[in-house]
Design a binder for this molecule. Structure first.
Ligand SMILES: *Cc1c(COP(=O)(O)O)cnc(C)c1O
Length: 400
């Protein structure tokens, strides 16, 4: 089949809830992917940072195949010999006390909402059904009804109501607004350390540190959604480390499996997780032995192969390279580690056209919102590969 035939098949039988670039991929290795015609591309999206470890990392693959031969799913009705190791390794790596494993990022977000509400009633003493969680404008936390209900993006929300009550929305990056918004029923503040889907928006220096102080002062649980920023993407294991803090609850997902399998987790540094009792929350696939084995290998290679340090070094190099292009169409280059945004001036007419041009030149990336391209290659990218990318980007900008 040729590329067009694959596309037609998807169009005919699939829901049209995405507008992908028309590239049909068939193979991946490290930072590279190949389409069905054999054309090679540098992947600068990394499945929204789910393949930080690079495509088809051989050690993660080996772990997955070995575990698939042994045991894949027991449900949590029984125990399995991978879960305890996964808990221990993840807690030791992230300085957490407790882990609750789920599958997708959105499920981790739902889990944290349930947990922090329960904590509010059982521990903080909030009156029944009055708990309030503060979130930020332009947030992205996933796609369930509850989550899109506190989105400020019309495309995510419109037509999907009625929504879950109990959320208050404040501007991102404004610690004073947080303090003003906190009331007696506030149980949690959930925020992304850097807003990825909103266009790689970096808050002012010290924002998370202030948020942490304010939450502590008012007995509010600080929840960091590190599903995209976590696991090395910003040049630290968790982005909170840039502010020298530890959140009370941290959400991770995406790269937790290196792209092999949906695995997410809620990490808890406090007693908050202790409020959940048997039977109150769960998932058939959450914590299954295949997921645990894959995640253990994904975490191991991330650390042992120096990917986090490489993200810091290559991120700085990539950002400096983009800045040195000095293109007048570009309004700003910003980022942390290998989470990089290139924002065009609004009159340029959208970032999508440049994603299309870059695709022609062998580099895959995606616009976020209208005017920003996010560059987020796998963390295994080399200096030569960054140079290769910069040449294509320079050419694409010069083209139009
Ligand atoms: C991707 C993402 C999610 C949702 O994860 P899914 O696995 O797609 O449900 C939540 N929060 C952030 C910050 C994300 O980037």
């Amino acid at each position: 089949m040729n590329e067009q035939e694959y596309i037609e098949l998807e169009q005919r039988y699939g829901a049209h809830n995405y507008k992908p670039l028309d590239v049909v991929l068939a193979r991946g290795q490290g930072v590279w992917v190949w389409d069905v015609a054999g054309k090679k591309y540098l992947d600068c999206l990394s499945a929204y940072s789910a393949v930080n470890q690079g495509h088809c990392h051989p050690k993660i693959m080996d772990a997955m195949i070995a575990q698939a031969r042994q045991l894949t799913l027991t449900s949590r009705a029984f125990r399995n010999d991978q879960l305890g190791h996964f808990y221990q390794e993840l807690c030791e790596l992230t300085h957490s006390h407790k882990v609750l494993p789920m599958n997708s990022g959105a499920e981790a977000v739902e889990t944290v909402i349930k947990t922090v509400r329960k904590w509010g009633y059982k521990v903080k003493g909030v009156a029944e059904d009055q708990a309030e969680i503060i979130v930020c404008e332009n947030n992205f936390h996933g796609r369930t009804i509850t989550i899109v209900g506190f989105s400020t993006d019309a495309g995510s929300r419109d037509g999907f109501g009625p929504f879950t009550p109990g959320f208050k929305i404040i501007p991102f990056g404004d610690a004073d607004a947080l303090e003003r918004a906190i009331g007696p029923n506030t149980v949690g503040f959930m925020v992304e350390p850097i807003q990825g889907e909103a266009g790689v928006i970096i808050p002012p220096d010290g924002y998370l540190r202030r948020a942490k102080e304010i939450c502590e002062k008012h007995n509010v649980v600080l929840i960091l959604d590190e599903i995209q920023t976590g696991l090395g993407r910003t040049g630290k294991l968790l982005a909170e480390a840039h502010d020298g803090i530890e959140a009370d609850l941290t959400l991770i997902g995406k790269a937790l499996s290196g792209g092999f399998y949906p695995v997410s987790a809620v990490l808890s540094n406090t007693e908050v997780m202790g409020v959940l009792q048997p039977g109150e929350h769960g998932s058939t696939f959450g914590g299954n032995p295949l997921a645990c084995a894959v995640a253990r290998a994904a975490l191991k290679v991330l650390v042992e192969e120096g990917m986090i340090e490489n993200a810091a070094a290559m991120g700085a190099y990539f950002q400096a390279g983009l800045k040195s292009l000095g293109d007048s169409k570009v309004r700003e280059i910003r980022g942390r580690g290998l989470m990089i945004g290139l924002e065009f001036h609004p009159e340029v007419g959208g970032a999508r056209q440049y994603c299309e041009k870059l695709r022609e030149k062998g580099l895959l990336c995606k616009e976020t919102h209208d005017h920003v391209i996010r560059f987020a290659p796998p963390l295994v990218i080399t200096r030569d590969e960054v140079d290769w990318a910069l040449e294509r980007i320079a050419a694409a900008l010069a083209d139009g």
